[in-house]
Ligand binder design. Structure first.
Ligand code: SF4
Ligand code: SF4
Length: 291
């Protein structure tokens, strides 16, 4: 049976990708899915070689046929997104601002406007040293959509089923919005990475609520726990009160920075952080594979 493990955090920069890349090296067989399509950096460590690329059409944009335009200005009046300008004696669409709402198309008296598909990004199936990886790239100026993340997840699951690979490891989108929820919806287990900072507990609470909503089992990892033991204690107390399991506490370790600078996984180094991550993975694997 295929298991999907998602690694998420209430906000970016908590060490989520370091942990995801480490799990990638610790599994015997896995498919990786980089669902952090807004700021993907898993590829820096895993160095995927693209095998298949697919275009992702996530939105529509208006285009204007100048030859049919009688310059009545109605389109500009109805556009709530300020996406239509008048300059040099003609109306034109500001592509980056157009939300494809269709209001201008409906109101144009001469049918000079129409909506066309807009390329929002591409998603890929690639090969890495440790197995397949699904990932994506947004077009410049495009916002992350749950749709593109869903395609990455689906591609990872499809190839796992095809090759009979038992685990999909998902590096989820940070936060609690649509990208984050799209990263976890079909997961069997969620690992939440928290950091002991002033906002760390607040971010943790928000993402815990999101995961609870989907009724997915979860465990917490506190990263760099010893940089602020006071905040770490507060996170531990919160987890204890809510019966949330702490899977492990990773110490601050300068080797993580060295590994990042060398674009390598921390699992290539013998150090306190890699030892703790190994223990965490063993716990997760035991839990998830037993279900
Ligand atoms: S509503 Fe149509 S005709 Fe009028 S300015 Fe806009 S594009 Fe031109
Ligand atoms: S489709 Fe909507 S957002 Fe785009 S230009 Fe027309 S009215 Fe504005």
């Amino acid at each position: 049976m295929l298991r999907q493990i998602a690694i998420v955090s209430g906000k970016g920069g908590t060490g989520k990708t370091t942990l995801s890349a480490s799990f990638s090296y610790l599994t015997r067989e896995r498919v990786m899915a980089d669902c952090d399509v807004d700021a993907p950096n898993l590829h820096i460590i895993l160095k995927p070689e693209v095998k298949n690329a697919h275009k992702y059409i996530g939105s529509k944009k208006a285009i204007l046929d100048q030859s049919k335009c009688v310059k009545c200005g109605i389109c500009q009046q109805v556009c709530r997104f300020d996406a239509i300008s008048f300059d040099d004696d003609k109306y034109f669409i500001k592509e980056y601002a157009c939300e494809g709402c269709n209001a201008c198309v409906m109101k144009c008296p001469t049918k000079a406007l129409k909506l066309i598909d807009s390329l929002s990004g591409e998603y890929y199936l690639s090969e890495t040293q440790k197995g397949p990886m699904a990932h994506a790239l947004l077009q410049p100026g495009e916002e992350t959509t749950g749709g593109l993340i869903a395609e990455v997840r689906k591609e990872a699951v499809r190839v796992a089923r095809e090759k009979d690979i038992p685990i999909v490891v998902i590096d989820g989108a940070p936060g609690i919005g649509c990208p984050a929820t799209s990263s976890v919806t079909s997961a069997n287990y969620v690992v939440i990475v928290a950091e002991p900072t002033m906002s760390g507990l607040h971010d943790l609470k928000r993402i815990v609520q999101t995961v609870e909503h989907f009724r997915i089992p979860m465990g917490i990892v506190i990263n760099k726990y010893n940089i602020n033991e006071f905040q770490t204690n507060k996170i531990e107390k919160y987890c204890e009160d809510r019966s949330l399991e702490i899977l492990g506490k990773i110490p601050y370790d300068a080797t993580v920075k060295t590994a990042t600078e060398q674009a390598k996984s921390i699992m290539f180094y013998e150090c306190p952080a890699s030892h703790e991550i190994r223990k965490i993975w063993n716990k997760i694997e035991n839990k998830v594979m037993k279900r």
